[in-house]
Write a protein that binds this ligand. Structure first.
Ligand code: ATP
Ligand code: MG
Length: 250
C-alpha cells in the first residue's frame, strides 16, 4: 500500500494551508504527521480520504494486492459529535461502522464472524467487557477515545488514518495504544497525526511536519532537531541538553 503525494497545494477558503507538498508513504509502516494547531494535519487526512479536493497537485493510492477486496481505508476522525442523549451502546457504535463498510446491498454480505470481529476490536484497545453494553454517554473522555479507535480497527483495511488517536488517554493507556499501533503497523500502512510524536517514535518510519504552508518530511532524526522544530514551533521547541521537546499547549 502506497500513498504518493505530488506537488500538493490545498486552500481552505482563501488561505493556503498546504503548499507544494511531495511525499511518499509506503506500508507496512507508521508515518506521523505533526505540526502546530491549524497547520493542516486534519486537512491532509481529509484530502487523502478524498473528502477535500486538492487545489493543485495530486494524491495517488496504490495497492500492493490488486485483487484486494473490501475497504481500503479505515479512518478515525479527530472528533465526533454524538448527541448527548443518543441511545447507543459501545457495542452498537462499533458494529455500526463495520456494517457501513460492507458493499451494497448489505443483506447479501451477511458475515457470521461479525461478533468475533467486534469483540476482537474492543479487546485490542482494552475496553473492559463490562462496558460493552454501556451507553456511550456514560463513558469518560478517555474511554470514549478507545471506543473510537476500536470502531476504526474493526475494519481490516490495509491503510488506517488516525487523527490524534492518543489524545484524552491517560499516560499508561497511551503507552498501551502506542504499542498496539506499532504492532499493527507491521502489517498495515498507518498514518497518524499527533501533538506528541515521542510515544510512537520507536515505530515511526518518517515524520511529516506541517506549519502554515511550510513543511519538512524525513526520517525521525532529520525532523526532530531543534533547528527544524524551532522554525515550526517557535518558542514551544525547547532544547533540553541534547534532547528536543515540543511543549504541548493543545
Ligand atoms: N471547514 C473549513 N473551512 C475553512 N477553513 C478551514 C476549515 N477547516 C479548517 N480550516 C482552516 O484550515 C487550516 C488547517 O486546519 P486543520 O484543522 O487542518 O489543522 P490541524 O493541523 O488539524 O489543527 P489541530 O492541531 O487544531 O487539529 C486552519 O487555518 C483552519 O482554520
Ligand atoms: Mg486537526
Amino acid at each position: 500500500m502506497k500513498v504518493i503525494i505530488e506537488a500538493l497545494t490545498i486552500k481552505r477558503g482563501s488561505k493556503i494551508v498546504i503548499s507544494n507538498l511531495s511525499a511518499s508513504m509506503e506500508g507496512p509502516g507508521l508515518y506521523q504527521v505533526i505540526g502546530p494547531n491549524g497547520s493542516g494535519k486534519t486537512t491532509l487526512m481529509l484530502t487523502i480520504l478524498g473528502v477535500i479536493k486538492p487545489t493543485s497537485g495530486s494524491i495517488r493510492v496504490e495497492l500492493n494486492n490488486r485483487n484486494h477486496n473490501g475497504p481500503i481505508f479505515s479512518y478515525m476522525p479527530q472528533s465526533y459529535s454524538i448527541p448527548k442523549d443518543a441511545p447507543i451502546t459501545v457495542y452498537e457504535f462499533v458494529k455500526g461502522y463495520y456494517e457501513l463498510s460492507k458493499p451494497w446491498p448489505r443483506f447479501l454480505h451477511r458475515d457470521i464472524s461479525v461478533d468475533e470481529k467486534i469483540r476482537r476490536a474492543l479487546e485490542l484497545v482494552n475496553i473492559p467487557k463490562s462496558m460493552w453494553m454501556e451507553q456511550l454517554r456514560n463513558l469518560s473522555g478517555g474511554m470514549l477515545q478507545r471506543v473510537f479507535l476500536a470502531r476504526t480497527l474493526v475494519i481490516d483495511a490495509p491503510m488506517i488514518l488516525l487523527d490524534e488517536p492518543l489524545s484524552n488517554i491517560d499516560p499508561d493507556g497511551k503507552v498501551d495504544i502506542a504499542e498496539l499501533l506499532g504492532e499493527l503497523s507491521r502489517g498495515k500502512l498507518i498514518i497518524t497525526t499527533s501533538h506528541d510524536p515521542i510515544l510512537l517514535l520507536d515505530y515511526t518510519k518518517k515524520i511529516l511536519l506541517l506549519g502554515y504552508g511550510f513543511h519538512a518530511y524525513g526520517d525521525v532524526n532529520e525532523i526532530l532537531k531543534y533547528e527544524i522544530l524551532s522554525k515550526f514551533y517557535k518558542k514551544c521547541a525547547v532544547e533540553l541538553d541534547k534532547h528536543v521537546h515540543i511543549v504541548d499547549w493543545h
